[in-house]
Design a protein around this ligand. Structure first.
Ligand code: GLN
Length: 472
């Protein structure tokens, strides 16, 4: 827990603690960090040891996903096209972390440009799941989740466009939150699909997630979609319990295609919440079956437009001699992007092209509205929804990578949440064999306090967050 770590860092030496973490990372075979900021981090730790300061995260080391800009530290989105790119500025969340005294340890592996569910599309090769090295850690923030689960970093940031914080949290047995769209500034996050994504914490406990949310949330005028209003506080009220809370169980999120052990663990979790004083009822989110198709059309369309800026001329990969503009641009992009990114640029460009725009992109936007309405309607009757985060536990490395559709299908319970813009957390709720299972708790827009308080009540009543993989 970060509150205990903070006390320990003050009593002992932050430099020593950080030094031990780096030793562990250097011996690790998880392939979870892509860049280490060892020198600057140890310097910060020495400064902390001389003068601890009072920040919310004073002295706390943190790992950052490779798509979040960090001044002076390579930010390559695990893509060949951005290898060597060192941002001249910090993302808003990094400014906030530094202002509260956190220490940036380095950057973590991810699916290339956050496009994936397994961290296998990284140009650095897959990260391994600390619970079973033959398995994927989930994605796309797989590096961030693996380092926390394996004890290589006490906490991390990821980003979630269609599940990329919650999926790896679920597969690695830790806590991960996708905030309400607009709650955390995206300034400095390399864009994949702007209308869907949010930066979110990956931690061991719900309290740690609340602490990180308290640090990174809040208005930022440099992100035009950033929500107005005062900064929220998530720690007070965290222990208020779930007595009287009404939980909706979306019937479309159970049954066919859901692993039996996953389903069992989630129903047991619902029973636990009931025993703590909440009540539950079945509800329906009738447009769920259209969510995956709508998500992938929208995400790929936005990606094809966002990724047009990577031409190797202003930053990143630049190889060979310059030819005419079209040839140079094509050669750089052919070498710089991996197959999944190319697939999405092509499909997204197709969906946006004249003649098909109405049939695909516009249609997907209409479906998105229906999905959002499903959630708004459900939240008239209940305070919160509960479901599995992922329909399956972590799968084997290599098992699905050549079958993109089967990978996309794994996102079936996470993407509707991004389409609707509501918040959702994944908390460990048991095991399928030796692999962790995540419970997803979904709240109404800006309902983070309710989501966190419910997750906290569940965590306090269960031992799953204490389980640790036998690694290293
Ligand atoms: N797996 C989803 C995708 O590939 C979600 C990824 C993410 O949230 N960045 O689009």
């Amino acid at each position: 827990m970060l509150s205990e770590l903070k006390a320990r860092l003050k009593a002992e030496s932050c430099e020593e603690y950080l030094f031990q973490l780096f030793e562990k990372i250097e011996k690790s075979s998880l392939n979870a960090f892509t860049t280490l900021a060892k020198e600057s981090a140890l310097k910060e730790a020495r400064r902390f040891d001389k003068n601890p300061g009072r920040g919310l995260l004073a002295g706390v080391p943190i790992a950052i996903k490779g798509s979040i800009s960090t001044k002076g530290i390579e930010t390559n989105c695990s893509s060949r096209i951005l290898c060597g790119y060192i941002p001249p500025y910090d993302a808003h969340v990094i400014e906030r972390l530094k202002a509260e005294g956190a220490i940036i340890m380095g950057k973590t592996n991810m699916d290339e440009f956050a496009m994936g569910t397994s961290t296998e599309t990284s140009c650095f090769g897959p990260t391994k799941n600390p619970w079973d090295r033959a398995c994927v850690p989930g994605g796309s923030s797989g590096g961030s989740a693996a380092v926390v689960a394996a004890g290589e970093a006490p906490c991390a940031l990821g980003s979630d466009t269609g599940g990329s914080v919650r999926c790896p949290a679920s597969f690695c047995g830790i806590v991960g939150l996708k905030p309400t769209y607009g709650l955390v500034s995206r300034y400095g996050l390399v864009a994949y699909a702007n209308s869907l994504e949010q930066i979110g914490p990956l931690t061991h406990t719900v309290e740690d997630t609340a602490l990180l949310m308290e640090t990174i949330s809040g208005h930022d005028e440099r992100d035009s979609t950033s929500a107005e209003g005062a900064r929220h506080s998530y720690l007070p009220g965290l222990e208020d319990g779930v007595a009287g809370l009404k939980i909706g169980i979306p019937k479309e999120y159970f049954g066919e295609g859901v692993n039996k052990d996953v389903e069992k663990a989630v129903w047991e979790a619902i029973a636990t919440l009931e025993s703590l004083g909440a009540s539950w009822q079945e509800i329906s989110l009738p447009h769920t079956r259209y969510a995956l198709a709508a998500y992938y059309v929208i995400a790929m369309s936005e990606a094809s437009s966002n990724l047009a800026r990577f031409d190797g001329l202003r930053y990143g990969l630049r190889q060979g001699e310059d030819k005419d503009w079209h040839t140079t641009f094509s050669e750089i992009r052919a070498k710089g992007f991996g197959p999944e990114v190319k697939r999405r640029i092509m499909l997204g460009t197709y969906a946006l092209s004249a003649g098909y725009y109405g049939r695909y992109y516009l249609k997907a936007l209409q479906v998105r509205t229906l999905i959002k309405e499903d959630f708004l309607c459900a939240f008239k009757d209940v305070d919160l929804l509960a479901s599995p985060t992922m329909p399956i536990p972590a799968f084997k490395i290599g098992e699905r990578i050549n079958d993109p559709l089967s990978l996309y299908m794994a996102d079936v319970f996470t993407v509707p949440i991004n389409l609707a813009g509501v918040p959702a957390i994944s908390v460990p709720c048991g095991f399928a064999g030796h692999l962790p299972v995540g419970l997803q708790l979904i709240g109404p827009h800006f309902g983070e306090a309710t989501v966190l308080r419910t997750a906290q009540a569940f965590e306090s009543a269960t031992p799953f967050h204490e389980a640790q993989p036998e690694v290293i």
